[in-house]
Design a protein around this ligand. Structure first.
Ligand code: AP5
Length: 215
């Protein structure tokens, strides 16, 4: 968990390799659908994603149940961007009960708002392979070109000043109450997201705690 641009995707991407479980990002699933020409799902969700509003809970529930039911997720997964509303907390509970998997920990990254604006305004992403860069802190080797697949990097349509404001509002109104639920259950770990990517990852790893952390 954590506000827009805090570094969830960057960290989850690295942790998936280290923990050997898939990184399931609802944002990436929705963006992939939008990119698929003629996809009815993509047409449905585009207006929500590009304006910074949340996609309706019932649709998100279907998507997450389908994704977590796949074979590669049977040994666990890192969820990034779900649940984001109180109804989604219940949906996740039902899906996990059905799969017989526990929710081990909820890691929440925290940084000051000024850093969020800096991270989002400098973010550049690859529309082909999804790799994420930053103009200052993680620049591509060749300006404007993806290091991984050579495609032209772009700025996400929801990374404009107006949409960032809306995403922050939605996060504060609808997603912070989710953190309170998990705090009450004693599984929320708040982690300082400032500093080098590796330093943040080490803090997240420590936050996973005994039995889950990498040695
Ligand atoms: P989603 O893609 O999940 O967006 P988000 O939560 O706003 O998060 P971001 O992807 O913007 O940021 P991030 O925290 O992953 O940061 P990143 O690692 O890229 O969702 C998009 C939209 O989809 C939503 O607005 C909504 O419409 C819809 N949606 C998704 N899930 C939904 C749900 N469950 N229900 C309903 N609707 C849903 O890092 C950001 C930048 O910072 C990068 O440039 C990176 O290189 C840089 N950076 C990262 N770490 C560091 C560091 N330690 N130091 C310096 N720079 C860093």
């Amino acid at each position: 968990m954590g506000p827009p641009g805090v570094g969830k995707g960057t960290q989850a991407e690295q942790m998936q390799a280290l923990l050997g479980v898939p990184h399931v990002s609802t944002g990436n699933i929705l963006r992939a659908a939008i990119q698929q020409e003629g996809s009815p799902l993509g047409q449905d969700v585009r207006r929500f994603v590009e304006s910074g509003r949340l996609v309706p809970d019932d649709l998100m529930g279907d998507l997450i149940a389908e994704r977590l039911g796949r074979k590669d997720a049977s040994g666990g997964f890192i969820l990034d961007g779900f649940p984001r509303t109180l109804p989604q907390v219940s949906i996740l509970e039902k899906v996990l009960n059905g799969l017989g998997l526990p929710l081990d920990k909820v890691l929440m990254l925290v940084v000051p708002e000024s850093e969020i604006v800096r991270r989002l305004s400098g973010r550049r992403t690859c529309p082909s392979c999804g790799a994420v860069f930053h103009l200052e802190s993680r620049p591509p080797t060749v300006s404007g070109i993806c290091d991984v697949c050579g495609s032209m990097l772009v700025q996400r349509p929801d990374d404009t000043e107006k949409v960032i404001k809306e995403r922050m509002k939605v996060y504060n109104d609808q997603t912070l109450p989710v953190a309170s639920i998990y705090r009450g259950r004693g599984i929320l770990v708040e982690v300082d997201g400032l500093g080098e990517v590796d330093a943040v990852r080490a803090r997240l790893n420590a936050g996973l705690g005994k039995g889950l952390a990498l040695s």
